[in-house]
Design a protein around this ligand. Structure first.
Ligand code: ADP
Ligand code: MG
Length: 687
């Protein structure tokens, strides 16, 4: 049967085929062996963005993306060598290039064709972007591309604000939504603050506060601690929807939490004008974006804390070094003044005596100043003992009540049965006093100053990070809080408050050495210091001081009964600085001691081995190159077990170890010292 028989009368076969070609829903292109298009249907023109006339005569290579074009001619040549039908669906990810340069995902079928002896190829092309599976693949690709983009930013960015600004931009772009925003919880936990966003509605602009109550959208998330999807605001029951959302036409939303070490610190939220806009894919995307953001914020914060600590450490080393040199000089100056004071010629001359005392007073003040610098650099000589906080706070408060302005109310609360702390009592008291004086300065119009102390088993992570050593979890502390209702500090001041010489007070009123010494003292005492403050909201300084480890350390140390050095005491004095040695020698002589001197450990050991009996080894810790004073003392004691040991130091980081490891009957004498202090220390160590 000839095909013509099945066609209606008068209809020509070739015209039917022409109509099919024109009406066919797939794009059809017929190309010759050189790749030139000889025929195209309207569907092809529509898909590829050309007119039909444009397509005819165009080389098929123009329809492939730039990246493939260089190899396309050789593909075509290979196909022409062995033409065969290739159906659709065999290759997934083909892409065609439109006239305007944009790309469209397609499937292509090829069939060889002979027409009047000429080899031709028919390409049937189908745009597949509307297929759900393709849509989903495209969307996934878009999401992961945006995530990767944010990941790169996060790796490079040094400024957390830049990340906060970028996250909503990327979320809005990837999800193609109208609104995206980041809110962070304020430190009082009562509200969120909008920190960045796009398409924000009135009332939620950057900087706005949103209550964290559970009936607000971010407040509700805070109670859930997991993502919240709102399919349609118009039917939302769990929290109240701000009318501005509906006014802006926003009807659905997705919010995910931002975490810091397991705690919700904010949310990343997107809103759309389409109802039920957010499904699992969107949730996964926004969840990944928020964990990237959370981690980056955490990292930025850790780096900032580290940098702050490093800066303080550097300043500490500098000031510590200066103070050390000063202390040696002061030992010489004060020692010589004391010797001078007692010379008969000076004693008889009243005026000269006054001059010498004035110089001594100045020397004393200078020693106090270097003491503060050493305190900050954690290199002061501390003599910790168990201190009862109740007793200390009561006596301090009693003194403050008498000296502070009447407009300042003072309150004390010590938890019943509060354990003692292990700290140098004198330094602890001066730390509390420093903090109280700052509080007074912050309350010119009066207010309340409140001291409290309570045991604290286990430190919050932010406090633990402040420790000077990797604190062990089972260590116990006492938390001493000093709260005022004063002017408070903006962040910029709070961050620098413990730097030495940082002050906001007028010249003559502030030295900037108050909190820095308290900070150094707290850390050297194996404790920590934190400051909570906001402008207008007052300030709370908290000191965390360890409790004594064992009952043995409890109980105040015995005060020396007298400072009478037994006459004729045989002392070996070891000091590398000749001038200091001379001064100490003069002190010892005045105390009636018999003295041998050595400039280093080698000489000292030689003297000890020389057969002369010694009662006391008085040695500096830093002895220049060679054996240090602590090692010398250990060696000497091994040889002469009955020898008493007194160490001297301006500072030494090893002093701290000596503090902990040295036998209990060794003692440390802080430089500079007076003759009386030397005498008292000698009496303490003699047995
Ligand atoms: P100084 O008191 O000599 O200024 P500090 O080291 O004691 O030095 O304090 C540093 C700065 O910290 C002060 O100048 C002040 O700006 C701020 N500061 C300290 N304590 C408080 C407080 N209780 N209230 C407000 N600001 C304070
Ligand atoms: Mg101060």
């Amino acid at each position: 049967m000839s095909p013509a028989h099945s066609l209606p009368r008068g209809v020509k076969e070739h015209s039917v085929f022409r109509s099919i070609f024109a009406a066919y829903p797939d794009s059809l292109l017929i190309a010759d062996q050189a790749g030139t298009i000889v025929l195209a249907n309207p569907s092809a023109a529509a898909l590829l963005g050309y007119t039909m006339e444009d397509l005819v005569g165009l080389n098929i290579d123009a329809l492939v993306p730039d990246s493939i074009r260089p190899c396309h001619a050789s593909y075509r040549a290979a196909y022409a060598q062995a033409p065969h039908p290739r159906p659709m669906g065999t290759e997934m990810d083909l892409v065609a290039r439109r006239k305007d340069g944009s790309e469209v995902m397609v499937e292509i079928a090829l069939s060889p064709l002979q027409d009047q002896g000429l080899p031709l190829v028919v390409a049937a092309i189908r745009g597949v972007e509307a297929y759900p599976r393709v849509q989903q693949a495209l969307q996934r690709a878009r999401y992961s591309e945006h995530l990767a983009q944010f990941g790169r930013l996060a790796v490079d960015a040094r400024d957390p604000q830049a990340l906060l600004d970028d996250a909503p931009l990327i979320a809005a772009e990837a999800l193609r939504v109208q609104t995206a925003m980041v809110v962070l919880l304020e430190s009082d936990q009562q509200a969120f603050r909008v920190v960045s966003g796009v398409g924000l509605v009135p009332g939620e602009e950057v900087g706005a506060r949103i209550s964290a109550a559970p009936d607000t959208s971010p407040g509700f998330l805070l109670t859930q601690e997991r993502p919240v999807v709102v399919p349609d605001y118009r039917t939302e029951q769990r929290f109240s929807v701000p009318p501005s959302y509906l006014v802006a036409g926003l009807v659905s939303s997705l919010s995910v939490p931002l975490f810091d070490r397991g705690r919700v610190i904010g949310t990343l939220a997107v809103r759309s004008r389409e109802p039920k806009r957010f499904g699992d894919e969107e949730l996964r995307f926004l969840g990944s974006l928020s964990s990237l953001l959370s981690t980056s914020l955490q990292r930025a914060q850790t780096e900032e804390t580290l940098q702050h600590a490093q800066r303080l450490e550097t300043v500490g080393q500098l000031t510590g070094g200066i103070a050390h040199d000063f202390n040696n000089l002061l030992t010489i100056i004060q020692g010589n003044l004391q010797v001078l004071e007692e010379l008969p010629g000076i004693r008889r001359n009243g005026h000269a005596g006054q001059l010498v005392s004035a110089a001594m007073r100045a020397g004393h003040r200078a020693a106090e100043l270097t003491g503060k610098l050493l305190a900050f650099s954690r290199r002061q000589v501390l003599q910790p003992s168990a201190v009862d906080m109740g007793a200390m706070l009561l006596s301090l408060v009693d003194m403050l009540r008498r000296t502070l302005d009447q407009h300042i109310r003072i309150e004390v609360e010590v938890a019943p049965g509060c354990p003692p702390v292990l700290a140098d009592p004198g330094q602890l008291e001066s730390a509390l006093l420093n903090i109280a004086v700052n509080a007074r300065d912050a309350m010119p119009e009066g207010g309340t100053l409140r001291f409290s102390a309570q045991p604290c088993n286990g430190l919050a992570p932010r406090v633990r990070r402040e420790l000077d050593y990797p604190g062990s979890a089972n260590e116990r502390f006492v938390e001493i809080r000093i709260a005022d209702t004063g002017i408070g500090m903006p962040d910029a001041v709070k961050e620098r408050a413990v730097e030495p010489f940082f002050t906001t007070k007028e010249a003559g009123r502030g030295t900037g050495l108050g909190l820095s010494t308290v900070y150094g003292f707290a850390r050297q005492s194996r404790g920590a210091l934190t400051i909570d403050s906001a402008p207008g909201a007052g300030t709370t300084v908290a000191l965390y001081i360890p409790q004594p480890l064992a009952a043995a350390e409890a109980g105040p140390q015995d005060a020396p009964a007298s400072d009478a050095v037994p006459p004729g005491l045989q002392v070996l004095l070891v000091e590398d600085d000749a001038e200091v040695r001379k001064v100490v020698q003069a002190f010892l002589a005045a105390l009636g001691c018999r003295i041998a001197t050595a400039a280093n450990a080698e000489q000292a050991l030689a003297a000890l081995g020389g057969g002369q009996p010694f009662d006391l080894l008085l040695t500096d810790i830093a002895l220049g190159p060679g054996m240090r004073g602590t090692a010398l003392a250990a060696e000497a004691r091994a040889r002469l077990p009955r020898l008493s040991v007194l160490l001297m130091s301006g500072f030494s980081s090893e002093l701290l170890d000596a503090d902990r490891d040295a036998p209990a009957d060794w003692d440390l004498l802080r430089k500079p010292f007076t003759r009386q202090e030397l005498a008292q220390a000698i009496v303490r160590v003699l047995k």
